[in-house]
Every structure is written in structure tokens, then in C-alpha cells.
Ligand binder design. Structure first.
Ligand code: ADP
Ligand code: MG
Ligand code: MG
Length: 249
């Protein structure tokens, strides 16, 4: 489903990703772990198509087609979703309106009919209830005044509404207490299917107790330096990242 090949990325002339390779098959959950500053968020932004990131070498393929020339909304229409590490606030735009616009824009881009008001309302209410999101939150401006945990939960609500084929979750666990972590993980696990893949980025092992990955990668200085099974996360928890930082240096 996703193939990242020898990806080199610079921001303002500073090299951040350094020949990164990653292949994610349909239905798989891959975890990417790594020290702060190793390039995890940069990878997620480049996948989503954020501006100002210069890809100097390599390619990113979704279902065998390069997405590097595509705008973020085209990538979203193809089923790519990014949950931000630091969700942005959008004053003046109600969460409900934001979700409806996003869902219908995606349907339109795919040549599908827009959801009617009752259809949309049912879907958003059911999804929010499942994620234990208060209906009041849907009327509030996107992320404005939300707690850290509420912002992360709102990212998962967006993901559940958009039903992506490939979801990238960037440190969704940061700022979540244990109860919220369970709710968010449960939301992700319900969306797991043979047709849907996930790239779960995390600094800590804890999230992976709840979202059990098929493959774990260690990212250090802009490259994947080690790949293993879920036991690799436990080893990292025990030994830390020091050995990999040394290796890359
Ligand atoms: P991680 O998510 O693993 O903590 P990031 O991808 O956020 O790492 O950052 C990787 C490196 O790129 C860091 O050294 C960071 O300072 C640098 N970096 C990230 N964004 C920018 C930017 N917009 N301009 C310059 N340097 C940046
Ligand atoms: Mg970081
Ligand atoms: Mg980051």
C-alpha cells in the first residue's frame, strides 16, 4: 500500500531525512519509534504533502503511484490521513462544520454523493459516542480551548469519520492520560481491517500495549536503523535509544 523509497528531505537547506525506506502492506500496523528530533514528524508531514519540505531524492508511492506531485487534498481523497502531533486550532469553525466539509469534500473528490444532513448527523453522533466524545465538543470551534487529550481525541474522531486506507498517527499518545489512551487505542483498533493500514509514530512503548503493531521500526537521524517485531518496542523501553543514536552518528 505504502512504499517509501530512499527518501531524502531537506527543510530550508537542512537535511532531515536521509535515505529512509519503509514498506507497509495492506492491513498492517507499523510503529515508528525514535528519539526526539530523529525526523518522525517530518516523515508524517512529507507523506501528507505539507509545503516547504524539499524532497531531494527518492519517492513515496501509494498503491504504486507516486504522491509527491499531489496536493494534500488529493492525497486525502486517495485515502491518506494524518493525525497531527500538535493539532491546530481553527477559531470560528465549529468542529461539526469542519467534519462535514472534510467528509463531503472527500466524497466529492471520489465521485461519490455527499451525505445528507440526517446521514451525516447520525454518523458523527455514533462515531463521537463510540470515542466517548461529548456532543458539546462538536459545536465548539475546532480545538479552541480543548485540553491536550481532547485535541488528540478529536484527531481520532476525524480519522474515524474519514475512514482512510492509510492512517498516520503522529505521537497521538502524548498528552493522553491512561483512560483517554485506552479510548483512543480502542478507536484505532476498531478501525483495523485487512483493507486499512496504519503508521503509528510514538516515542514511548506504552501506546503499543494497546495498539499492537505487526512491525516496529527505529528511526534515528532520518533513517530507519532497525526493524523488528513487537518485542523490539519492549527492548527499546528497557535500553532506550542511546545505542541507535550512537550507531547513526
Ligand atoms: P521528531 O518528530 O522525531 O521529534 P522532527 O521531524 O520534528 O523530529 O524534527 C527532525 C529535525 O528537523 C529536528 O532537528 C528539527 O529541529 C528539525 N526541523 C523540523 N522542522 C523544521 C523546520 N521547519 N525548520 C528547520 N528545522 C526543522
Ligand atoms: Mg518530537
Ligand atoms: Mg515529532
Amino acid at each position: 500500500m505504502l512504499e517509501v523509497k530512499n527518501l531524502h528531505v531537506e527543510i530550508g537547506g537542512k537535511k532531515i531525512l536521509n535515505g529512509l525506506d519503509l514498506t507497509v502492506e495492506k492491513g498492517q500496523v507499523h510503529a515508528i519509534m525514535g528519539p526526539n528530533g530523529s525526523g518522525k514528524s517530518t516523515l508524517s508531514y512529507v507523506l501528507a504533502g505539507k509545503a516547504d519540505y524539499d524532497v531531494t531524492e527518492g519517492d513515496v508511492l501509494l498503491d504504486g503511484v507516486s504522491v509527491l506531485g499531489m496536493e494534500p487534498d488529493e492525497r486525502a481523497a486517495k485515502g491518506l490521513f494524518l493525525a497531527f502531533q500538535y493539532p491546530i486550532e481553527i477559531p470560528g469553525v465549529a468542529t461539526m462544520t469542519f467534519l462535514r466539509t472534510a467528509v463531503n469534500a472527500q466524497r466529492k473528490a471520489r465521485g461519490e454523493e455527499e451525505l445528507s444532513t440526517p446521514e451525516f448527523m447520525k454518523k458523527v453522533r455514533d462515531t463521537a459516542a463510540r470515542l466517548e466524545i461529548n456532543q458539546d465538543m462538536l459545536r465548539r470551534a475546532v480545538n479552541v480551548g480543548f485540553s491536550g487529550g481532547e485535541k488528540k481525541r478529536n484527531e481520532i474522531l476525524q480519522m474515524a469519520m474519514l475512514e482512510p486506507r492509510l492512517a498516520v498517527l503522529d505521537e497521538t499518545d502524548s498528552g493522553l492520560d491512561i483512560d483517554a489512551l485506552k479510548i483512543v487505542s480502542d478507536g484505532v483498533n476498531r478501525l483495523r481491517s485487512p483493507e486499512r493500514s496504519f503508521v503509528v509514530i510514538t516515542h514511548y512503548q506504552r501506546l503499543l500495549d494497546y495498539i499492537v503493531p505487526d512491525v516496529v521500526h527505529v528511526l534515528s537521524r532520518g533513517r530507519i536503523v532497525r526493524t523488528g517485531g513487537k518485542e523490539l518496542a519492549l527492548e527499546l523501553e528497557e535500553k532506550g535509544y542511546a545505542q541507535y543514536v550512537g550507531e547513526a552518528a
